[in-house]
Write a protein that binds this ligand. Structure first.
Ligand SMILES: Nc1nc2c(ncn2[C@@H]2O[C@H](COP(=O)(O)OP(=O)(O)OP(=O)(O)O)[C@@H](O)[C@H]2O)c(=O)[nH]1
Ligand SMILES: [Mg+2]
Length: 275
């Protein structure tokens, strides 16, 4: 996911290791290069600047220069900070309720429906009984797409073709899932090209109706810098609990993960690769 970025950081670190002693100037140079590498990986400028400022301060504060292994310490500080920015420990899906409810939201084409299938498959393999919910009711093709995925992975799909009240559909599905002993319900929702108000209002109604354990933003990694404003907007309206970055198999550079994490404070739960 961060191959390019790690290659570049590796080069910066190699250069540092070549110095027998480090000066504040060496460190400042290294930080400048790290900042450029981050921006090049699609991390937004503010996040990158904040990152290197904090790292530089730690390097100076910990008197890295005077230590016997200065380069190693800089590497450790930068690595630790990357881990901190990405949210520390790997984040698992919350499942306090039975069934636990996972709602997927995001822009048009970001990979919600595909991700719904991938998540359902993962949970099923973990031994969970999963129900998918077709919450993108405006296009019959969208319902069909999820129905086909459900068939392929052998997971039932809740479909109500005659209703456009998605909150009610979602609630029906959760009630039915509870009655039938399901462990998890995954709600696929409609996307839009832009974040318009009617779309967000519908999502808010679904959220209020079913009180999901997880509200996950599905974002296309190729959004790069733009991912930040999209994430901010969704987070403000929906109080996200996490996000999933998709299409990392393409030429996307993954930096969006760091930016989204920083502006929303919510963790990355999964990354999607492959259709
Ligand atoms: N390469 C790649 N393609 C993906 C990935 N996730 C989704 N896709 C593809 O991206 C396209 C859109 O995916 P969907 O899952 O339909 O996206 P969506 O968010 O449900 O789209 P709407 O319902 O139209 O809003 C499809 O052609 C998927 O096969 C991924 O991780 N990698
Ligand atoms: Mg879809």
């Amino acid at each position: 996911m961060f191959e390019n970025l790690s290659d570049k950081l590796h080069d910066v670190f190699k250069k540092l290791r070549g110095e027998t002693r480090l000066s504040e100037q060496n460190i400042a140079d290294a930080m400048r290069e790290i900042r450029l590498a981050l921006i090049d990986a699609d991390v937004n400028i503010e996040t990158a600047t904040e990152f290197v400022n904090a790292a530089r301060e730690k390097c100076i504060g910990q008197e890295v220069i005077k230590s016997v292994t200065p380069a190693q310490q800089v590497v450790k500080i930068v690595n630790d900070q990357l881990i901190e920015l990405l949210g520390g420990d790997a984040s698992e899906l919350r499942s306090e309720n039975k069934p636990s409810v996972i709602m997927l939201v995001g822009l048009h084409g970001s990979g919600k429906t595909t991700t719904a299938g991938k998540l359902a498959l993962k949970l099923r393999r973990d031994g969970k009984k999963v129900l998918l919910v077709a919450g993108d009711v405006y296009r019959p093709a969208a319902i069909d797409q999820l129905a086909i995925i459900g068939e392929e992975i052998n997971v039932p799909v809740h479909v109500e073709r005659t209703s456009v009240n998605v909150a009610a559909i979602a609630l029906n599905a959760v009630k039915q899932a509870a009655k039938s002993g399901f462990d998890a319900v995954i709600i696929d929702t409609a996307g839009r090209l832009q974040i318009d108000d009617t779309m967000v209002q519908e999502l808010v109604r679904i959220r209020q109706a079913v009180h999901p354990d997880e509200v996950l933003l599905v974002a296309d990694a190729a959004l790069g810098q733009e991912a930040v404003s999209v994430a901010e907007h969704f987070h403000k309206a929906l109080d996200l609990t996490g996000f999933i970055l998709t299409k990392l198999d393409g030429d996307a550079r993954g930096g969006a993960a760091l930016s989204i994490r920083r502006v929303t404070g919510v963790p990355v739960k999964f990354v999607g690769m492959g259709e």
